[in-house]
Ligand binder design. Sequence first.
Ligand code: 13P
Length: 340
Amino acid sequence: MPTENVLQSTIDAIVQDGKGLLAADESGGTIAKRFKTIDVESTEENRRAWRTLLLSTPGLGQYVSGVILYEETLAQQADDGEPLPSLAARHGIVPGIKVDTGKIALAHASGDEITQGLDGLAARLEKYKAQGARFAKWRAVYNVSDTLPSRLAIQANAESLARYAAICQEAGVVPIVEPEVLMDGGHSIDRCAEVTEAVLHEVFHALHRHAVVLEHMLLKPSMVLPGKAHGRQASVEEVATRTVSVLGRTVPPAVAGIYFLSGGQTPREASAHLDAINRTGRRPWPLSFSYGRALQEPPLAAWRGKPENVKAAQQALLERARLNSAAARGRYDAKEETRT
Ligand code: 13P
């Protein structure tokens, strides 16, 4: 099949009304941090058990059309020997893979960071495709203060995101472009809006330079929010209108879909914000979720590493996925929140 058709069929499988993505691509350090909150040691077997639990949740495919995996998971198997990517695909969930190799300090730009992983990426993609991955993710992070991120960080990260996206498309893998403006810090919602607009503007400029086909990529942005330590928190409606306004100014309508990250919001906040965003009126792109913590926190708390809790954990995941699916249609009702 020509590469454009491969990319289009993956986009068609992922972009479905009322469906979003499950981000389960925590690197070794991050999953250890998440497991520590429930007193579970991060061994390969525990990570396999957790991710098998997520992917084998009955009915998850009603609300989730794709899952972002970590390299280790691509090679792992469920108890019956089925490879985890094939378990996901059997539930109607397209397997994807995080391909960046993490962030380091950006030289000559104190406080800024840059994401690595371009060297050898084309060869790695061939291996990931053979293991079942059809899309990829690369995350750039931007620390916010009165002076951060610098122009240099905005430009350097945009260039890396665009090179990554071009390499993926050439390999027939749909790129998810993830520029995350962090919620950490005491900045205002105005400052977040200003930084997010500058970041997205630069990202799309770079994507154009690298001839990335917008119809064959997905954007995974952060929402426009005040920093966690800011004195005044914003209303749900304010977050929605500021987010949609920044996206409208920077993201071309040709982009196949926008899938937000949750970035440290509570599960309920992430659902309420997505819902309000979808209630703001007609938009050129589907606006859905690609949540990690906001989908996994309730099931993780229910599981606690115990096989007898698997069913309860799966129910908690399914419930969160259902509520976010409703939010992706602008039909979430906070009154339906029960235990999660
Ligand atoms: P969160 O929703 O927890 O921010 O995770 C999404 C993700 O993939 C971060 O790279």
